[in-house]
Design a protein around this ligand. Sequence first.
Ligand code: MLC
Length: 428
Amino acid sequence: CDRHFFGFGAFGLAMPQPVSTVRIVGYGMTALGKLRRSATELMQEALQKALQSTGLQMKDLDGLVAVPSLSHPHFMEAHFLATQVGLLPRQNVRVRTIDTGGAGPVSGLLEAVRMVKAERCQAVAVVAGDAVSSLATADFLARADQGCRDPQGLLPSPCIPNGYDQVARWQMGRSVSREQLAMVSVLMSRQAQRHPLALTKRPHSLEDVLSSRSIAPATNLLECARRADGGAAIIVASSSFMDHHLGHDVVSSKDGAVSERLGPVAASGGVVVLGGGEASGPLFPPRDIDEAMFSCEAAAQSAFSEAQLLPGDVDWFGLYDCYPVCFVRALEACGVAAKGQGGQWVEQMFKRTQSEYQPADFPINTHGGLLAFGAPWEVPAMYNIIEACEQLTGAAGPRQVPRVRRALVYGNGGIFSHSSVAILAKPV
Ligand code: MLC
């Protein structure tokens, strides 16, 4: 019974933790690119890799959250996937589909935490995958436009870039200039150079971005989320379940080298979910844009309040950057930059990272974000979560920011239509 008060105690790794501690204990992801595979295949591969990284098997899961795909949509995506992988039919398994657009992986993480805490699930997978790069452009745009087109037809095709563009032009003159928006893409391309899976293989110059093809009045091609195929998954579990699972594993392991075959997150005791928050906005920008349409501020405030932390307590940020204006607003909403100073903050960082720089100089989106790492529709916030896990467990290699104790991840859905924020920490 004592064991119930110790997280990962059998592994001898951590201090006593209350039984209710919920952790991300593993993750997995596929390659990114034009993969010519279905979204379901990508989800399955990511799920298998996530399970492997925890030493768990499919039979150990009793919960699954999935976000839907654009390329291969299914009625009740989570039920479809759970049936495909043999998780269903089985007693006492709960699965649900969450559609908050690009916020989905963070909403899914928060839902998985609730499933462990309130529904007594022991291990819940959160899975996302999509193949939007393998769709022909016309097909992709027909599907993407359908989701966000406003009934009055104010949003021309491509609706998503045009929707963000309307907000970008509204924001210009308030806290950001046209050049500062373009600098966000340059910054992400610089960060991507340190991640082996990132799609953008060489840094952009400001001129590259400003002279790339115009997609909307103040949005060029290199300022659009970089379309990709890919899948990613995380496993969320209670510390007492993992303690039991790993304890058994240690006993049954012949060579005792359990940690060698586990991923860095499971081997280091998991990443604790300290708090989260969500808030919503309209599906497309209203005719008269004002602050009321944005929701990241409220989501971040809820997350900070639940975690009982302030922005200065966070060492690494994974901020959604589908378009530069989303990133600039996130800087201000999450307290990295003061209100109205987002553009200036970007410009300072642009100058600071012009020559050789350390990950600690710019501890945000160290993988390159949606603009440069890759953006398989609703998957990319999962990359923010995975990068946060790597930073918190010291597994980020050349991207490692020293001494990361707490990380904030933000997912944004639609055209500022939903915000989900989670604050994660390494166990103490
Ligand atoms: C595209 N390219 C990039 C890039 N974007 N390269 C570097 N950085 C970027 N950010 C490259 C492509 O890989 C390709 O290279 C070439 O530029 C042309 O891009 P394309 O996509 O093939 O062009 P096209 O078919 O003409 O379509 C252009 C487009 C489309 C702008 C209409 O790319 C698009 O809609 N992108 C945005 C996707 C999007 O909005 N996602 C959702 C974000 S909102 P090569 O070598 O193959 O020629 C969100 C919230 C939510 O995230 O809820 O989902």
